[in-house]
Write a protein that binds this ligand. Structure first.
Ligand SMILES: Nc1ncnc2c1ncn2[C@@H]1O[C@H](COP(=O)(O)OP(=O)(O)O)[C@@H](O)[C@H]1O
Ligand SMILES: [Mg+2]
Length: 252
């Protein structure tokens, strides 16, 4: 079942009157099925973050539209859009984006508190998700008191606690050491399998990408190629390296 349909999305930075316009996305079209774990790869500046921000309704496309769960998101008004974002989208960022003045617990439950859920329901969801993601013991700590890997786990809990329709992750392993990075990728795989979460993950890291079921490669704002994971993980890994070497893309 399809969850996302992107139709001819373009993004031009710099307004109508601007003299230095920049075309960041050119007529991008693709579809994502419910439960897919899709990677987005491309060299630095190819438009990956722009695409993710548009799909997370943080930013708007210049032309084109996308349908999420059968709804044309461009037709939503400001209030509906805010509601859509909090109900349907879970974001995981490279730099975790936790609030420093709140404990991990407070950070994680923030989306539910904003939605006005009852305390006992919030506690129940908090318990399940933090148990699944292995951070129950550090919930009363502040972000600066725990490791990067633990902060990213908390950020993943925050993204998941609302049971979003889609999880958007922008270089989620970018600031993590290789062990914590691997842990997070295994966590995302777990979330994908157990919670049937649909995940769209931007990465420039081939190892991270090899956890995905499909990779979309972006070059200069256009979809350049797609690769599907087969049964052989090593082969998938090698194919990703081949495409990335053409795209010139290990740089951030
Ligand atoms: N707010 C902005 N205003 C102008 N140009 C931007 C803005 N955001 C990104 N860009 C440009 O658009 C291109 C794509 O950026 P981005 O989507 O961040 O790429 P990536 O995430 O693949 O590195 C880059 O050339 C970048 O400089
Ligand atoms: Mg980026």
């Amino acid at each position: 079942m399809q969850i996302l349909k992107v139709e001819n999305i373009s993004k031009i930075y710099g307004g109508k009157k601007s003299t230095n316009k920049y075309v960041a996305l050119k007529n991008i079209s693709f579809e994502v099925d419910k439960g897919e774990f899709v990677g987005v790869m491309g060299a630095s500046g190819s438009g990956k973050t722009t695409l993710l921000n548009i799909l997370g309704s943080i930013d708007k496309p210049t032309t084109g539209r996308y349908i999420m769960d059968g709804k044309d998101i461009a037709t939503l008004n400001k209030d509906e859009l805010a509601k859509h974002r909090i109900n349907n989208i879970g974001f995981i960022f490279q730099d975790y984006n936790l609030l420093d003045t709140m404990t991990l617990k407070e950070n994680i439950i923030l989306p539910l508190a904003l939605k006005g859920h009852k305390v006992n329901i919030i506690e129940e969801k908090l318990f399940k998700i933090t148990k699944d993601l292995g951070i129950t013991k550090i919930l009363d700590k502040y972000p600066y008191e725990v490791s990067g890997g633990e902060q990213q786990r908390a950020a993943a809990c925050r993204a998941l606690i609302t049971s979003p329709r889609i999880i958007l992750a922008d270089e989620p392993t970018g600031n993590l050491d290789s062990k914590s990075g691997k842990d997070l990728l295994e966590l995302l795989t777990f979330i994908n399998k157990e919670y049937k979460a649909t995940i769209l993950m931007v990465t420039h890291d081939v190892f991270a990408a090899s956890y995905c079921q499909r990779i979309m490669f972006i070059r200069d704002g256009e979809i350049y190629n797609q690769l599907y994971a087969g049964d052989n993980k090593k082969q998938f890994f090698d194919s990703i390296i081949d495409v990335m070497s053409v795209l010139g893309g290990e740089g951030r």
